[in-house]
Design a protein around this ligand. Structure first.
Ligand code: PFF
Ligand code: NA
Length: 448
């Protein structure tokens, strides 16, 4: 395999770049509010540590030892049933499918950056109309920005690990940190900051039900980009001397801090103007844009900073979604990076166009499958079924099918024997069961 490697800092920033995305901004704050504020934060921190970090270590381990694309790594590292395990590596194509609609959403963000320079909506109604118009009828604008994301992501991926992925993350991640810092300092000085803190941290333990725990597990997977071969792929280009336990903890801590800071900023702005907490696209593209105007002169600046920050978070995640399949094509089919990148980007670009049109009134009926739009289906199937299955494959693989001596050699020096035992116990028994519970619960097959 191509031996261009990340630098140590470059790797951490690239992994953080993948982890920090829309999940931190439009999912975490809302889920936290919904499941009992501070009590959920505590549950989440425990889950992030014992499931998130442990799976992160498992994925980093596969990449570090395997040094290839996801498919080859599962095949080569399996002690038995190699030909079957190879298929686990195909989880690496899942992020490319997700990217098809993630790219459309990043496109909306680009559009909103441009809108921030213009006249901000002055009412919730205006803000809703703006977004609904974009979503359900203005497909030309969506197409334009989706194309822009496609070109941008392709150009970065073309340049490879060191000159492409590492470089862009080294620029965008620190900038994202600075922008969030500015927004945070601004928020602290807004009256509703206390209310936002209360909303996110006031612990209501009565809300800690099994659904809350399952939501925490799902959130940990989503937010840390686990279960789809992304971390495995990046880790194949780790610098030799990396302490993967430390890396896993660093990545999770930064991701969690971003989620909490983003939540405090968002809720401060919303609550200060008496707006409701919502989630998902409605939060970012309707609720928030409807309050910026009320901050007077600062409003435009806040809007601009906010959308630039999520654009950076989105782009760096998008890149990480494409690399696994690109590397697979390079390694298994001897393609040049150029050819592999073009095939993968055309794939997500075209799928993205279908996804985008599925929200447009004019075309929706043709692209509706059952009750959900194509857009919603991709999201639902990927995150409630495929990603947890990917997670199960990863932990079962390291728990039962990888050479134990190799694992011990890698992990004993950094974890020590006691922690290593705990890690083995978790990956062999606890995490697989927890993930099965997630799938059953989220698909509605069995509600806990
Ligand atoms: N971890 C990203 C987030 O929290 O937004 C989301 C993500 C990245 C999902 C990469 C999937 C993926 F392939
Ligand atoms: Na995240």
């Amino acid at each position: 395999m191509n031996k261009a490697r990340f630098s140590r800092l470059g790797f951490i920033l690239a992994a953080v770049g993948s982890a920090v995305g829309l999940g931190n901004i439009w999912k975490f704050p809302y889920v936290t509010g919904e499941f009992g504020g501070g009590a959920f934060v505590i549950v989440y921190l425990i889950t992030a540590l014992f499931i998130g970090v442990f799976v992160l270590i498992a994925e980093l381990l596969i990449g570090k030892v395997g040094q290839s694309d996801a498919v080859s790594m599962f095949e080569n590292l399996a002690t038995k049933h190699k030909k079957i395990w190879k298929f686990a590596g195909f989880m690496a194509i899942v992020p490319l499918i997700i990217l098809s609609y993630y790219s459309v959403v990043i496109g909306w963000i680009f559009h909103y950056i441009v809108l921030s320079f213009d006249k901000l909506p002055t009412t919730v109604k205006e803000s809703t109309d703006n977004f609904m118009n974009l979503l359900t009828s203005d497909y030309q604008t969506q197409l334009f920005y989706h194309t822009m994301v496609f070109v941008l992501v392709t150009l970065i991926i073309l340049r490879g690990i060191k000159d492409g992925i590492e470089k862009i993350n080294k620029v965008l991640m620190p900038l994202l940190g600075i922008i969030l810092g500015i927004l945070f300092i601004y928020s602290i000085n807004v009256d509703a900051f206390g209310e936002a803190v209360y909303f996110m941290f006031n612990p209501d333990f009565s809300k800690i039900t099994s659904s809350a725990i399952i939501a925490a597990i799902g959130q940990a997977f989503y937010t840390l980009s686990l279960g789809m071969g992304i971390i495995i792929t990046y880790a194949a280009s780790l610098p030799k001397q990396t302490n993967i336990a430390k890396s896993a903890i660093t990545i999770s801590i930064i991701d969690t801090i971003v989620a909490i800071v983003a939540g405090l900023v968002i809720f401060t702005l919303l609550f200060d103007k008496g707006a409701e907490s919502t989630k998902g696209a409605g939060l970012v593209f309707i609720s928030l844009p409807s309050v910026f105007y009320e901050f007077g002169g600062a409003g435009q600046f806040l809007a601009l900073m906010f959308f630039i920050a999520i654009a950076f978070a989105g782009i760096t995640s998008a890149i990480s979604m494409m690399e696994p399949t690109v590397l697979y094509l390079i390694e298994r089919f001897n393609m040049t990076r150029m050819k592999a990148a073009i095939i993968c980007s055309l794939f997500f670009y075209i799928l993205g166009i279908i996804t985008l049109l599925s929200n447009v009134t004019e075309f929706a009926p043709a692209l509706q499958v059952g009750e959900k739009s194509f857009f919603d289906w991709v999201d639902f199937v990927c995150f409630t079924i495929i990603v947890p299955i990917g997670g199960i494959l990863v932990v079962v693989f390291v728990g039962y099918y990888m050479d134990k001596e190799i694992i011990k050699k890698e992990l004993t020096p950094i974890l020590g024997t006691t922690l290593l035992k705990l890690w083995f116990f978790m990956v062999r028994y606890v995490i697989p069961i927890a993930l099965v519970a997630v799938i059953l619960n989220e698909t509605g097959i069995f509600k806990f």
